[in-house]
Design a protein around this ligand. Structure first.
Ligand code: NAP
Length: 241
């Protein structure tokens, strides 16, 4: 049983990879550049009693994604990836009035177009095997919009809408498609944010931990979540519902 986690080298993606390894999946860990951290995640999956492999490619590059996934499939003719977690993401915040076109485009390419680039080549095998789980890492920002994040909110909002659309296309093939929308989670991505100030607005009075997000992803990836599809589940300590 194979699962692919994009952006699995660090943060939420690492915790998700570990969770899936604990569930018995061999985890294909995608990342862009951080070889050392990716290798660490792989070791953690092995320590959890499972295995995995690294699959380095830029999710925003359609040809790179298609080639890497195509090669993986050739190397594993008797297997398929039954769980896909579209997790890789970046932010490039700025008020709209100062936002450079390149920062708008890059966030859309990495956080939204990647959904197409990675999901599309994996759909046929899931449909053929009549089983699959697709989980998209959205954000609070995609649900309510956050100032300074027109690019990121647009990408994550688009991802939530794509989740709902795809769920309706392939529900009858026994493939579920869901999104997870975290609030603030303690990873490299939130470095530089004023946690002491921001947490005052969070009913749980703290940032979330990557493992808390991974627990939800693990449930959605499990057989037990067989009748949940097209959902976007908020996980934000009560910040927004
Ligand atoms: P993170 O700690 O910054 O890790 C980002 C991961 O994505 C890394 O593994 C990175 O790989 C990978 N990545 C970035 N660009 C990539 C690309 N073009 N191709 C392939 N991999 C790429 O981020 P995080 O906080 O764990 O966030 C994970 C997801 O959760 C993102 O989609 C983010 O938008 C979402 N999210 C995070 C929060 C939060 O508060 N942290 C809240 C809501 C949603 P390298 O190691 O190679 O750079």
């Amino acid at each position: 049983m194979y699962a692919l986690v994009t952006g699995g080298s660090r943060g939420i993606g690492r915790a998700v990879s570990l969770k899936l390894a604990q569930m018995g999946y061999k985890v294909v860990i995608n990342y862009q550049s951080n070889d050392i951290e990716a290798q660490k995640t792989l070791e953690m999956c092995r320590d959890a009693g499972s295995d995995g492999e690294l699959l380095k490619f830029d999710v925003s590059d359609s040809a790179a994604a298609t080639n890497a996934i195509g090669q993986w499939q050739k190397d594993h003719p008797n297997d398929y990836i039954e769980v896909l977690v579209n997790n890789a993401g970046i932010r490039k915040d700025n008020l709209m009035i100062w936002m450079e076109q390149e920062d708008f485009d890059r966030v859309l390419r990495t956080n939204l177009f990647s959904f197409y680039n990675v999901t599309h080549p994996l759909l046929q095998p899931m449909i053929r095997h009549k089983y699959g789980r697709i989980i998209n890492m959205a954000s609070l920002s995609g649900q309510k919009g956050l100032p300074g994040q027109c690019n990121y909110s647009a990408a994550k909002g688009g991802l939530i809408a794509a989740t709902k659309a795809l769920a309706q296309e392939i529900g009858r093939k026994n493939i579920t498609v869901n999104a997870v929308a975290p609030g603030f989670v303690r990873t490299d991505m939130v470095e530089g944010l004023d946690e002491a100030e921001l947490k005052k607005a969070i009913p749980m009075n703290r940032f979330g931990e990557p493992e808390e997000i991974a627990a939800l992803v693990g449930f959605l990836a499990s057989k037990e979540a067989s009748y949940i599809t097209g959902e976007c589940i908020a996980i934000n300590g009560g910040l927004y519902s």
